[in-house]
Structures are given as C-alpha cells and as structure tokens.
Design a protein around this ligand. Structure first.
Ligand code: NAI
Ligand code: MG
Length: 495
C-alpha cells in the first residue's frame, strides 16, 4: 500500500485528506474475446442484418471502440418475430413446464460458470465498476433464471384453481443501466411461462446480451425461443408496432414509455412499463447515522446513479441535518472514481456522452436555480465520461434537481421537521418506484412506509434486489410488476 495525496493508478485522490490507497487491482481483460463485428441472433444463429447496417459500441471509460453490432431494420425485426412465432407454435408452448425448466436451469448454471467473463464484458461495454457487475449484476441475472426455472412446472400453483396460458411472442426492450440483468429479468419469466422472446438491448450496451446468446446455443435452447435484435429507438418502435407481437415489456425513460403506450393503445398487446424514478431516502433523527450515510451513498452513487430506483432525494430530519451533511461530505471524498475494471473502484464511467451531457446540464441548472453544490475533489481520468460524486443542499422542492430524474451521481438534500412533512415531501413527485427509510424503531418504519406511494420501500438498507421480490412502480414510474410470483402474471393469460 502506498500513501498518496494525489492521482495514482487511475484512482485519483484529493490532496486535502491524506489516505491510504490500495495498489491497483485490475481484473484481467483477456478473459473476454470480443469479436470485431456481431450479427443479429435470429432462430438460434448469428446472421447478417438485411439492413446491411452496423453501429459501434464504445467503452465509456476509455472511448475505445470495442466492436460493431448489427442494426436491425423492419425486415430484420420481422424475421426475428417470425422465428419467435414458429418456435412458440412448434416447440415451446407445447413443451411441458418441467422440460422448459431444464433449459432455464442450464442457462443459470452456464451463466455462473462464465460469470467472470460476463462481469468483465459488462464493465467494459457499460462503464460500471467490476465489483458491481461481479457481485450484483451477474449473480442476480443467474438467480433470475434459477428462480423462474423453479416456477416453470408449478404455474397452476401460482394461479390456484385457474389455468395459466402463455401469451405468445413477447417483445422486450431494455435500457443500458443493467444490460445483462435486465435481459435475464425479462427473458426468464417469459420463457418459464411458455412464451418466446424477441429482445432489443440498448444501443450502448449490446455485448453481454449477445454473449448470452452464446449461452443459449451452449444450452441447446431450441432455435427461435429467444431472438436478439440490436439497434436503436427505430428498431424498438418496429418491434412495438409489429402486428404479430402479443406482449411488450419495456424498461427505460418515461417519455419513450408513454410513446409506446400510445402506439399500442387499442391493440391486443399486453404491456408492462418500468420507467423513471425520483426516490426519497428519509433519515429520521433516531437512525444509526453512519449506517444511514453508507446507505445513502449506495442509494445514489451505486452504478453512477444510473438506477431507476436510485435514492436521488435525501430527506433528513432537521435535528440531524448538519451532522448528516458533514458525514456525507467527508464520505464522498473517499469514493474512488476511475477504471471500472479495478476491483477497488467505487464509481465507474458515465454510460455515454449523451447521458454525461444530461447530468452536466441538470447539475448546472441546480447551481443556477440557487442550490449549494458539494462535489468530491477527486481528479478525473482524462479520457472517457466521468462525473464526480455530487450533492446539493439548500434545495427547494420547486428546483429542477428535486423534480427531474438526473440518472447520475447527483443527490438533492432537503430537511423536514415532522413525519407528516417527510411523507408529503417524499410523495411530492410524479414518480413512485422506490423509497428508503432510516430509523431504529420498527413501529415508526412500518407506520411511515405505509404512507409512501412507492413500489418498493427499503428500511435501513437500499438497492437490495431478489428475484422472489416483485418490483415496479406507481404513477409515472409505470405499471405491472416484475419479479416474484407477481412477475408471472405479466406473461400469462389466466383462464
Ligand atoms: P430510452 O428510453 O430512450 O431507451 C431505453 C430503450 O428504449 C433503449 O433500448 C432504446 O433503444 C429504446 N427505445 C428508444 N426509443 C424507442 C421507441 N420509440 N420505441 C421503442 N423503443 C425505443 O432511454 P435513454 O435515451 O437511453 O435515456 C434517457 C433517460 O431515460 C435517462 O437519462 C434516464 O433518466 C431514463 N432512463 C431510465 C431507465 C430506467 O431504468 N427506468 C433506464 C434508462 C434510462
Ligand atoms: Mg458500450
């Protein structure tokens, strides 16, 4: 270990607070073999796009071009939907649940076996720290396949006395913040219930979804059961509007979610939307404050704040406001921002230039509207897209940073005097995905949590996920639940 006061090993430091730095511990990159070009995964094979178009995917931490992937146009989307329909009619809907389960178990085990490869690729393509992709994204992705494998032959127990039927072909569109996890989260319940899938990954993070297709091949998943079409919003719109798709599952921005809802209104397509959030993390004066500050840090700086359920508003009881502010200020100085492949990194790269620009602009708005900016003084790497851990105090509820989803490592701090005021502030948002409560008193927590209009409420912890637990929002955060037994309803028709 080296004592340092400035930038070293890609983990730059402020001079203000001498600390003991870890030696660099980068994960070996050569475990992944990235091909120079990827086709579309249709009917069990990688094929060239009929569009003839490809687009690059970068590593946001170095701006290096990692590969190029196919862009699926209308004809390609059509081929993928046809493959999914054929697989549905000829194989998958007829297969007994216990046989479908075997494929899902096999996929889960293969994901575990190749977990290091997936973790490195996820961090390279998306910029998130390896510690998160290794300890959160990949294990949870495997856990979703394990969990829904368990349901595949027990669906009648989930819907007692009724007959659950699959919907048919599910079109799934996912964002860039948890690429493999979102793919698994959507594919596993769809397959368990007997549907087939056409999935579109986000433009900036297609590589782990494409590697997952190799796993489908390894697992001998019948061709066409899952098809992967890379592309942009236009590709997604073709999928949404395709007449032979029975279900759309979308995770992403509220704006696109609303557009999708409008475009399929009046059709027979079933829809689940998981959209934005502006979650409140509420600290009462009796909370264990150091633990709470760790939870706040995890809630907003985890995955660079690229989390729909991020605790992006902090509500602190007035009597402990100053002490929490002081602790938070000190804590963000200690966060390591840098190389996503280093195992000691806390905060990686912002996923794309566009997202970085959005975070910069909203932060600037916070300053212009009169809030007080606090930022870590760390030195940022020269190449790539980086943003310091940031929080604002002297925030008014009318400020843009207190209302808009920033989707970056930027926290708005407000204070409250009574639980009534805290509940009113927490619910004062057009979103309602999640919330956090910090108190040592169980009765207080239970009473307070029941007043919050949020799909998930964490107590004395934050950002904890489990495949057995349903996830989804209120209001403009969307509708429908994913995960748990509730997640089966999104992929079944119950007779
Ligand atoms: P986006 O909503 O545009 O992208 C999400 C997915 O939807 C991508 O796969 C994209 O290709 C696809 N898509 C875009 N337009 C579409 C259309 N018309 N029809 C069908 N599919 C379409 O999100 P974007 O632009 O990447 O991020 C913008 C903001 O959205 C972020 O700053 C953040 O605030 C929010 N967001 C929320 C997420 C969540 O988990 N709820 C995830 C990603 C972004
Ligand atoms: Mg990328």
């Amino acid at each position: 270990m080296t004592k340092l006061t400035s930038s070293v090993n890609g983990h730059p430091r402020a001079a203000s607070e001498p600390i003991w730095e870890y030696a660099p511990a980068p994960e070996a990159r050569n475990i992944v073999k990235i091909q120079p070009q990827y086709g579309l995964f249709i009917n069990g094979q990688f094929v060239e796009p009929q569009s003839g178009c490809y687009f690059p995917t970068l590593s946001p931490s170095s701006e290096e071009r990692l590969s190029e992937v196919a862009w699926a146009g209308a004809e390609d989307v059509n081929s993928a939907v046809q493959a999914a329909r054929n697989a549905y009619e000829s194989v998958w809907r007829k297969m007994p649940g216990k046989e479908r389960a075997k494929y899902l178990f096999r996929i889960a085990r293969l994901l575990q076996e190749r977990s290091r490869e997936f973790a490195v690729l996820e961090s390279l393509d998306g910029g998130k720290p390896i510690r998160e992709s290794r300890d959160v994204d990949i294990p949870l992705a495997a856990a979703h396949f394990f969990y829904y494998a368990g349901w595949a032959d027990k669906l009648e127990y989930a819907f007692q006395g009724r007959r659950p039927e699959p919907l048919g072909v599910a079109g799934q569109i996912i964002p860039w913040n948890f690429p493999l996890l979102m793919a698994s989260w959507k594919i596993a319940p769809a397959l368990a219930c007997g549907n087939t899938v056409v999935l579109k990954p986000a433009e900036t993070t297609p590589l782990t979804a494409l590697l997952l297709c190799e796993i489908f091949q390894q697992a001998d998943l019948p061709p066409g059961v899952v098809n992967m079409i890379t592309g942009d919003g236009e590709t997604g719109a073709h999928l949404v509007n395709h007449p032979d798709v029975d279900k759309i599952a979308f995770t992403g921005s509220t704006e696109v979610g609303k557009r999708i809802q409008r475009s399929i209104a009046g059709s027979r397509k079933k829809l689940t939307l998981e959209l934005g959030g502006k979650a409140a993390n509420v600290i009462f004066e009796d909370a264990a404050l150091d633990q709470a500050v760790e939870g706040i840090v995890n809630g907003i700086y985890f995955n660079q704040g690229h989390v729909c359920c991020a605790g992006s508003r902090l509500l602190v009881e007035e009597s402990v406001y100053e002490v929490v502010k002081r602790k938070l200020k000190r804590r963000i100085e200690l966060l390591r921002v840098g190389d996503p492949l280093d195992k000691n990194t806390d905060i990686g790269a912002i996923n794309s230039k566009a997202q970085w620009e959005k975070i910069v602009a909203l932060t600037q708005t916070g300053v212009e509207e009169g809030a007080t900016l606090h930022q870590s003084s760390c030195v940022l790497p020269e190449r790539g897209y980086w943003f310091r851990p940031t929080f604002f105090t002297e925030v008014a509820v009318s400020h843009t940073i207190a209302r808009e989803e920033i989707f970056g490592p930027v926290l708005a701090v407000l204070s409250f005097r009574t639980p009534e005021e805290a509940a009113q502030l927490a619910n004062n948002t057009r979103y309602g995905l999640s919330a956090g409560v910090w108190t040592e008193k169980g009765s207080k927590y239970l009473a307070f949590a029941s007043r919050l209009k949020a799909g998930v409420v964490w107590c004395n912890t934050y950002n904890k996920f489990d495949p057995a637990s349903p996830f989804g929002g209120y209001k403009e955060s969307g509708f429908g639940r994913e995960g748990g037994v509730h997640g089966l309803s999104a992929y079944t028709r119950v007779g």
